[in-house]
Design a protein around this ligand. Structure first.
Ligand code: GLU
Length: 283
């Protein structure tokens, strides 16, 4: 029996997948086999009676390909145009795959304003609750098309943790292109050691998060550690794991010992809005 056995009893789960995990590195085109497996695993979790929210990046990456651009535009309006085209295409693929498994998916696009304004926050929470009660899988992204620097979360690691706190999830899983957290960048330092479990996010852990994101997504390890702080303070466990083999997601959900686990430690003074304001001052 694994000491992570309890993970299989989680009821409300947020799963986040980053852009670099959704596309083939060589071409930038969608990795359909991987996405299909993700959808099948999520649907099966729902079939077991669990509630799952998917936070998916990829709008800009898919839009870049759809518009035949060779690289990410270097101006905001260009990125926003890519997101407008890409988000719709991405949802078309998700809708098709979820429909094949007889599961209904919904789209929720958010900006930071959705969370700052108490009425919108309340409405967003009620909508999530309603959809989850109906057995629908909400698929969330930042509303990149209208977001501005002032109202953007900026990265979906943070957004997924905020969503986890908003819906009172008990588990957040970040699917990425690394096996988890290392003491240093394993690509550059062969002596970097894998961190299995994080009980407390101290300065030592924060220092391990330094490093850039990928060429297509915005998050790096440091945004994942910030996400862990929000998620674990809100009472959810968080696991970072590799999306390269989607079967590992199934294993994580069965309580197998895979990826880095950040342990939940409910903070009785947790007020989601404080974390959103903190995030705001960082920009
Ligand atoms: N919202 C962005 C997109 O869908 C991704 C942000 C991120 O990579 O974290 O393209």
């Amino acid at each position: 029996m694994s000491e992570r056995d309890y993970i299989k009893d989680k009821k409300r789960i947020v799963i986040k997948i980053g852009s670099s995990s959704l596309v083939h590195a060589e071409t930038g085109d969608l990795n359909l086999v991987r996405i299909e497996k993700l959808v099948r695993i999520i649907t099966d979790q729902c079939n077991e009676g669990k509630e799952v929210v998917l936070v998916s990046s990829g709008a800009i990456a898919v839009g870049i390909k759809a518009l035949g651009l060779s690289k990410r535009p270097d101006h905001k309006a260009g990125e926003q145009a890519c997101a407008a085209v890409g988000q719709a295409r991405l949802m078309m693929v998700y809708q098709k795959l979820f429909a094949e498994y007889l599961r209904t998916a919904a789209q929720i696009l958010m900006t930071k304003n959705t969370m700052i304004d108490p009425e919108s926050r309340h409405n967003a929470r009620s909508t999530f609750d309603e959809l989850l009660k109906m057995g629908v899988v909400p698929i969330v992204n930042e509303n990149d098309t209208v977001s501005t620097d002032e109202i953007e979360f900026g990265d979906n690691d943070t957004l997924s943790a905020i969503v986890a706190a908003l819906v009172h999830a008990d588990l957040l899983i970040l699917l990425t292109d690394k096996d988890g957290l290392y003491t240093d960048d394993p690509g550059k330092n062969p002596d970097a050691k894998f961190i299995d479990t994080v009980d407390v996010i101290d300065d030592n852990i924060l220092a391990m998060g330094k490093g850039a994101g990928s060429s297509v997504g915005k998050g790096g390890m440091s945004t994942k550690i910030s996400a862990a702080r929000i998620a674990t303070d809100s009472g959810a466990d968080m696991i970072i794991t590799n999306a390269d083999d989607m079967n590992k997601l199934g294993d994580v959900l069965e309580g197998k010992h895979i990826g880095t686990l950040f342990k939940a430690h409910k903070n009785i003074n947790f007020h989601l809005i404080d974390y959103i304001s903190q995030n705001e001052t960082k920009q």
